[in-house]
Design a protein around this ligand. Structure first.
Ligand code: SAM
Ligand code: DTB
Ligand code: SF4
Length: 345
C-alpha cells in the first residue's frame, strides 16, 4: 500500500490526468485495490433540509434566489420529517445520510436545530454528513459535539477558475471553513464540479488543491455539472465522458485512501460510464430519486447496476463513527434477486 503524499505538484497531477486512458485506468485501479475493496460502493442518501432562496451567486446552482429556476424557497424541515426520511433511506440500504441547506452560512439559532437532526439520525446508526455553507469554529465544534461525522464544503473548482463561477465569497473563505471543520475534529468531505467550462489544466488545479490540503479530505465528491435552466451555466458544452473518468481516476491516485464519491450528474450517465468510474476508483454514490433539487437514477436501476457489476453496498465498520453504527441491510441481496430476471432476460 503506497503512503499518502501531500506534496504533489500541479504538473504531476496534470501528467497523471493526461496519461493514455488505459495506463491511467490501470494505475488508478491498482491504487484502488491496494487501499479499498474494489467491489464495494457506499450508498448515501441526500436530503435537502432547507431548500432554495440562497443569497449566494454560484453560477451552477438552482437554489440561488437570484436565478429563475423554478425551485421554491422553503423553511428548514421539521426534525420529524428529516428523521422519517432517514429511516426510509436506512430501510432502502443507505448507510450514510447527508443533509444539505441552501445557506451562505447557518445562523447561530439554526445550529441547535440541525444538531438535533444529526443526533437523531446518528441514533439510527447511520453515518452523518451535513453541508450548510460557511462555518465558524464554534459552529463546527457544536456540530461535532452533536455527533456529526463529516462536513461537506466543496472547493468546487481550481483557484483561478473560481471567480468565473462564484463572486459572493472567495476561495479563501472556503479554505477557512475547511480549517474550522478539521480543527473541530470533523472529517472533511470536499470536492468539486467538473463540466463548468474549465480546462483540463484547471481540473488538475482542483485535484492538486484537494490533494495538498493539510489532510486529504476523507471524502471527495466529484460532481458532473447538472445543467439547470435559468442558471448562468445552463448551456455549457457537456464534458466528454472520458474526461470525467480521467478526473475520477486521478482523484483516486492522488488521494488513495479517500472515499471518492461519484456524486451529481449520474442521471445523465450511462451504466457503462458509471462502471468505468467504479473501475477507476469511485466508491460511493448518492442513492434515491433525488439529490437536493435535481434528479438521480431510480433505486431499482441502481440495484440492478450493482448486481450486474457484482458490486455490494459497503457496510459501516462498527469501529467507525465512534462505534455507534451497526451493520445494515445491503441492497445487494435484493439487487441479486432482481438480477436473476434482469440479467438473464
Ligand atoms: N449551500 C451550501 C454550500 O454551497 O456549501 C451547501 C449546499 S450546496 C448545494 C453543495 C454543493 O452542491 C455545492 O458546493 C456544489 O458543489 C454542488 N452543486 C450544486 N449545484 C450543482 C449542480 N447543478 N451540479 C453539480 N453540483 C452541484
Ligand atoms: C456534493 O458535492 N454534491 C451533492 C452534495 N455534495 C451535497 C449535491 C449535489 C447537488 C446537485 C444539484 C441539486 O440537486 O440541487
Ligand atoms: Fe447557495 Fe450552496 Fe447553491 Fe451556492 S451552492 S447558491 S451557497 S445553496
Amino acid at each position: 500500500m503506497s503512503a499518502l503524499r501531500h506534496d504533489w505538484t500541479r504538473d504531476e497531477v496534470l501528467a497523471i490526468l493526461e496519461l493514455p486512458f488505459a495506463d491511467l485506468l490501470q494505475r488508478a485501479h491498482a491504487v484502488h485495490r491496494a487501499h479499498n475493496d474494489a467491489n464495494a460502493v457506499q450508498v448515501s442518501t441526500l436530503l435537502s433540509i432547507k431548500t432554495g432562496g440562497c443569497p449566494e451567486d454560484c453560477a451552477y446552482c438552482p437554489q440561488a434566489a437570484r436565478y429563475s429556476t423554478g425551485v421554491q424557497a422553503e423553511k428548514l424541515l421539521p426534525l420529524e420529517t428529516v428523521l422519517e426520511r432517514a429511516r426510509q433511506a436506512r430501510a432502502a440500504g443507505a448507510t450514510r445520510f447527508c443533509m444539505g441547506a441552501a445557506w451562505r452560512s447557518p445562523k447561530d439559532r439554526d445550529v441547535p436545530k440541525v444538531a438535533a437532526m444529526i443526533r437523531a439520525v446518528r441514533e439510527l446508526g447511520m453515518e452523518t454528513c451535513a453541508t450548510l455553507g460557511m462555518l465558524s469554529e464554534e459552529q463546527a465544534a457544536a456540530l461535532r459535539a452533536a455527533g456529526l461525522d463529516y462536513y461537506n464544503h466543496n472547493l468546487d473548482s481550481a483557484p483561478e477558475f473560481y471567480a468565473d463561477v462564484i463572486r459572493t465569497r472567495d476561495y479563501q473563505d472556503r479554505l477557512d471553513t475547511l480549517g474550522h471543520v478539521r480543527k473541530a475534529g470533523l472529517k472533511t468531505c470536499c470536492g468539486g464540479i467538473v463540466g463548468m467550462g474549465e480546462s483540463r489544466d484547471q481540473r488538475a488545479g482542483l485535484l492538486h488543491t484537494l490533494a495538498t490540503l493539510p489532510e486529504h479530505p476523507q471524502s471527495v465528491p466529484i460532481n458532473r455539472l447538472v445543467q439547470v435552466e435559468g442558471t448562468p451555466l445552463a448551456g455549457t458544452a457537456m464534458l466528454d465522458s472520458f474526461e470525467f473518468v480521467r478526473t475520477i481516476a486521478t482523484a483516486r491516485i492522488v488521494m488513495p485512501a479517500s472515499m471518492v464519491r461519484l456524486s451529481a450528474g449520474r442521471a445523465e450517465m450511462s451504466d457503462e460510464l458509471q462502471a468505468l468510474c467504479f473501475f477507476a476508483g469511485a466508491n460511493s454514490i448518492f442513492y434515491g430519486e433525488k439529490l437536493l433539487t435535481t434528479g438521480n437514477p431510480d433505486v431499482v436501476a441502481d440495484q440492478q447496476l450493482f448486481a450486474r457489476l457484482g458490486i455490494h453496498a459497503m457496510q459501516l465498520d462498527a469501529n467507525d463513527s465512534d462505534g455507534a453504527c451497526t451493520v445494515h441491510a445491503s441492497i445487494h441481496e435484493s439487487a441479486c434477486d432482481d438480477a436473476e430476471e434482469t440479467v438473464t432476460a
